[in-house]
Design a protein around this ligand. Structure first.
Ligand SMILES: C[S@@+](CC[C@H](N)C(=O)[O-])C[C@H]1O[C@@H](n2cnc3c(N)ncnc32)[C@H](O)[C@@H]1O
Length: 196
């Protein structure tokens, strides 16, 4: 039957945000995996056997973060939430080797993928740590689509994290200190540029 999803194979990193699993697999196969550096591929393969493998940054979101790092020429970066280090390794592989110690107000780039209930606290702290013109990226800001789902159908990805993410998305949209874009890559990544 057309539109029947019962036989679909869900790509391992899919958070179900794209129209079909095949479309997500297409993005991975055509654009992401052919360009993924070998050490990242190996780390992703190792992480696939971890019981909490879904926590790793999705490779399509990671590719976008690497592009942002290059576009901004970031050298001083900070990351919150490491797990097996996919996003950390991609940052290390992408930024120049001459990174320097950073002080408050001098970070070029921050990547946040830690305690979802604390995203707004991280934001307030990072608004001091990241320089004006610097970038902050928040992962999982669509939280598996649950932010827009009927609360009755949200399941295990619902509850406190969904509510907190909904509030975070509202607050960041109303924050005049940052330019923003919520890119529907991976599990949703919100890119902020500090204005002042
Ligand atoms: C979603 S995973 C990060 C995945 C990582 N970006 C990657 O690509 O592998 C979240 C991580 O944040 C850590 N974490 C959770 N709460 C934290 C906190 N309050 N402070 C620091 N780390 C925290 C967890 O232990 C976990 O390692």
């Amino acid at each position: 039957m057309e539109g029947d999803s019962s036989n679909r194979i869900i790509p391992s990193h899919s958070k179900g945000l794209l129209q079909t699993p095949e479309l997500y697999q297409y993005v991975l196969d055509t654009t992401v995996f052919p360009r993924e550096p070998q050490p990242l591929k190996e780390l992703r393969d190792l992480t696939a056997n971890h019981p909490r493998a879904m926590m790793a940054t999705a490779p399509d979101a990671g590719q976008f973060v690497a592009l942002l790092l290059k576009l901004t020429g970031a050298k001083k970066t900070i990351e919150l939430g490491v797990f097996t280090g996919y996003s950390l390794l991609l940052t290390a592989l992408t930024i120049p080797q001459d990174g320097k110690e950073a002080n408050e107000g001098s970070y070029d780039f921050a990547y946040v993928d830690a305690d979802k209930l604390n995203y707004w606290n991280y934001h307030e702290r990072l608004m001091k740590l990241v320089k004006v013109g610097g970038i902050i990226v928040y992962d999982n800001t669509l939280w598996g689509g649950s932010v827009a789902a009927d609360p009755a159908t949200v399941g295990h990805r619902g509850g406190a994290v969904t509510q907190s993410t909904i509030q975070f998305n509202k607050s960041i949209a109303a924050d005049p200190r940052v330019d923003i874009s919520l890119a529907p890559l991976g599990d949703g990544i919100t890119v902020c540029r500090r204005i002042y």
